[in-house]
Design a protein around this ligand. Structure first.
Ligand code: FAD
Ligand code: DLZ
Ligand code: SF4
Length: 508
């Protein structure tokens, strides 16, 4: 009996569980570019182009390895328009009665596969270290789920940066060394640039025609689109970027959209790079003296700690996670997130980087666009949709816990123990943004006051009841309470006026 083997756009891994389970001689691999996946949010054109190009190249590689691949291009007139539709069409054509799949990274698609009228076996996605059962077992009985403890388990399990039972360098976490402000010069050239080949060019034309009006610049396009290129990008960064990754992890510079970041999340999330192999290479670089422990540990924590932890939370919390809104924020996402002009240089820069590269680094996502959306009290569902659309590494399993949880505190503190909010002074310390801004970061109220300064207190004041008992926030409330009453009233009034102007669509 012929079986269909589903390979999704973010499952481009030769050793995928569904491929391991299948029979190369008899089974048919199904891959499809479909309207439903390409439009469920208005994805950045670079994200769509990256995935379609990588899918086409991966399909060709499977065929070269002897697989039969039924590949549907987006503009194929027979295209059924959705993953379930394509599976049914192919099942009929090949007389298949069963589908083997690796579990998708979004509840939406898991449910769609469950509802198919033919049996679908969804195998666990073992490209991750922790299975759902592992994470559930770890979470069981804990009052709160903290990444740090989960991370230590993953260190022990993998043996990464371990010396026997002890962490290498004598401690588990070197984060306090990883908060240096922006350097004057960045001596790393950023990611490699890959010239589009024929396959990529064909996809770029297609995406331009079909998705050219989506937010985001399609060209120039220089992403890696196959495993070999992704490995070259990794090697390039290990050599030039890793050593200072830790030091400047939280820094931001106007003319340096990448600093020392790896730009490998696109490739790991789509399946072109194996996260554990990436970590082993980072560990090796540390062993060879090519990177200090704070860089190696900081990076490995992001992968076997945060990345795995976020996925665990997404699946543990269930399908309603994306609609959580514990703070009851309901403002519409301002037009500046979609490229409308803004006088705030920090937001303008983060959004321009996003528009041009389908990328912004972590601290821009967390402390610029995320921080602003939170203190401006934007509806987290709208914030979630934006992040899911605009970043080339965004799939719900990783994006939602980062946005709903870490960035917007909409889950009430499951991911983070306190909200990531700051006034302008943090941004000024960690970046060069404030030097070129219309607003003055040192001005707290009145003409030219930095909006982050106003909205920060406005947010804390509105949510006083929820947060003042939080030990990690007590100092913030003490500072607020020490301000004289008239000043506090002025801050709150000016914050409201700012938000009104923003809501009216004025350039703020
Ligand atoms: P580097 O800075 O070089 O970091 C190394 C790797 O660590 C990343 O490639 C990534 O795989 C992993 N990592 C680091 N932090 C996290 C994290 N918090 N969660 C999961 N993995 C992490 N990451 C995504 O992969 N997809 C998303 O949709 C996504 N959305 C985010 C939304 C918000 C609001 C925030 C605050 C963070 C989000 N992140 C997301 C995490 C992080 O910002 C990106 O992984 C990182 O910017 C990717 O760029 P890089 O490869 O250059 O990372
Ligand atoms: C993101 C995406 C896009 C834009 N297009 C496709 C597609 O046409 N075909 C496909 O198989 N996958 C695509 N993807 C990735 C899926 O949306 C992803 O597999 C699910 O969201 C689960 O993570
Ligand atoms: Fe952003 Fe305020 Fe600095 Fe301007 S002054 S860049 S708005 S933090």
């Amino acid at each position: 009996m012929v079986r269909l083997v589903l390979v999704l756009g973010d499952q481009l891994t030769q050793t995928l569980s569904a491929l391991r389970e299948a029979d190369r001689e008899n089974d048919v691999v199904v891959m499809a570019e479909v309207g439903s996946e390409a439009t469920y949010v208005p994805h950045h054109p670079k994200k769509i182009a990256f995935l379609f190009a990588a899918m086409r190249k991966f399909a060709a590689r499977l065929e070269g390895d002897g697989w039969t691949v039924a590949y549907t291009k987006l503009d194929d007139p027979e295209n059924a328009g959705s993953i379930p539709g394509e599976l049914l069409r192919r099942a009929e054509a090949h007389g298949a009665e069963e589908v083997i799949a690796t579990e998708p990274g979004e509840w939406r698609l898991i449910h769609a596969l469950e509802e198919l009228p033919i049996p679908v076996r969804q195998l666990s996605d073992d490209r991750f270290l922790a299975s759902h059962a592992d994470f559930e077992a770890w979470a069981e009985g804990r009052k709160s789920l903290r990444m740090e403890y989960f991370y230590r388990e993953m260190r022990r399990r993998t043996g990464l940066l371990m010396e026997g039972d002890e962490p290498a360098g004598g401690k588990w976490n070197f984060d306090h060394e990883n908060r240096k402000p922006a350097p004057d010069d960045v001596d790393f050239s950023g990611p490699m640039s890959f010239t589009p080949d024929e396959t990529v060019e064909e996809v770029l034309d297609l995406v331009e025609r079909r998705f050219g009006n989506n937010f985001g610049r399609l060209r120039p396009f220089d992403f890696a689109t196959d495993e070999g290129q992704a490995r070259r990008q990794l090697a390039h960064w290990l050599k030039g970027g890793l050593a200072k990754f830790g030091d400047y992890q939280d820094a931001m510079l106007t003319d340096e959209p990448y600093l020392y970041h790896g730009l490998i999340s696109f490739y790991m999330n789509a399946g072109l790079l194996d996260p554990l192999e990436v970590c082993r290479k980072v560990e090796q670089a540390w062993k060879e003296g090519l990177a200090p422990i704070n860089a190696a540990e900081g990076f490995i924590r992001q992968i076997i700690g945060w990345r795995e932890f976020m996925r665990g939370i997404y699946f543990l919390q269930g399908p309603d996670y994306t609609s959580r809104n514990i703070l009851r924020h309901d403002r519409s996402l301002p037009g500046m997130y979609w490229g409308d002009e803004t006088k705030m240089h920090c937001i303008g820069t983060a959004v321009a980087n996003t528009r041009d590269h389908a990328y912004a680094h972590h601290i821009q996502r967390l402390m610029i666009t995320g921080n602003f959306a939170l203190i401006a009290q934007v509806d987290p569902a709208e914030v979630h949709e934006w992040y899911l659309a605009v970043y080339a590494d965004a799939y719900e399993w990783v994006e939602a816990p980062n946005v709903i949880g870490m960035s917007q505190f909409a889950d009430g503190g499951i991911v983070g123990s306190k909200p990531y909010v700051s006034s302008g002074s943090y941004i000024d310390r960690m970046s060069d943004y404030c030097k070129s801004c219309h607003y003055d970061v040192k001005t707290k109220t009145g003409e030219g006051a930095c909006p982050f300064n106003l909205l920060y207190w406005h947010f804390l004041d509105r949510h006083r009841q929820r947060f003042e008992g939080n030990g990690r926030m007590a100092q913030m409330y003490r500072t607020w309470d020490r301000m004289d009453a008239e000043k506090r009233r002025t801050v709150l009034r000016e914050a409201e006026e700012f938000l009104d102007r923003m809501d009216r669509g004025e350039r703020v």
